[in-house]
Write a protein that binds this ligand. Sequence first.
Ligand SMILES: [Zn+2]
Length: 304
Amino acid sequence: MDWLIAMMLVFQSLTSAADTQAKAEAELLRQAIALEASYYAEPAQAERLMEEPMVLLPSTVDQGDALLVRSRSGGEVAWQGRSYPLQEFGAGYFTLLPVPTDTKPGTYPLTDGHGSAVLTVKTKAFDTDRLTVTQEQESMWQNTDRINADQKKIDLARSKSEPRFLYREPFVKPVNGRLTTPYGYTRYVNGVFNSIHRAVDLAAPTGTPVKAANSGKVVLAEELYLTGNSIYIDHGMHLFSQYAHLSKLSVRTGDTVTAGQVIGEVGSTGFSTGPHLHFTFWIGNTATNPDRFFDKTPFRWQNK
Ligand SMILES: [Zn+2]
């Protein structure tokens, strides 16, 4: 064989190996882009967002809301004295940031170390809620041993989360009840400041089925002192939904649930004045307004 032909054959086999690898990598990237794109409202928006070094969904929020950060390069975002690692998903890196009700209104520059974006927090007016309860009910708040023991369990359940989004479909309301106490209300019990109500109370008859707000994994399902029969579901990426005061639990810790699946029944267990569902979302250990989630996912959050 002529040496030139031999060299050409060697070269051809080398380039075809490199070609195969490049093709495999391109295919993986194509799949990652398609997966992520399927989360946005429309393909054109997906394409536009994926070109940005760093995107905030949305970039303008109210006190009590949350936002999804999308980064092209990964890293972490410093926010309110904490560091939020960006987790790889699809063709980018993501983290959810809570904006507590007491966040000072204004503009906040955020960065992942490469890209940057500015978050605007707007003032939201929160009303007051006055509850009158029996002395026996009021005295429940003095049992700090039980309250603190429950808090440890809850913190442990929320300390780990699946490092991916466990949902794609919009979040659903767990109960179609009457809204009796909205999110963020300052609550007084028998005339004394008690807490900021970081949940929505949805009144419905005892026994009304309670549905999982979205797909996820049950990380706690048991009777607690103040919140009665309680469920926490991990939806991945440190997002959890909480259901309280149930008359019946139909799931166990460790169960996998799908959006709309019945997980229990409305009740009035724990510190409660009547049958209702106390429902909220948590990002890690910070509660966030559920109103932004219903009929949406964070990928579809937009500026108001
Ligand atoms: Zn409540």
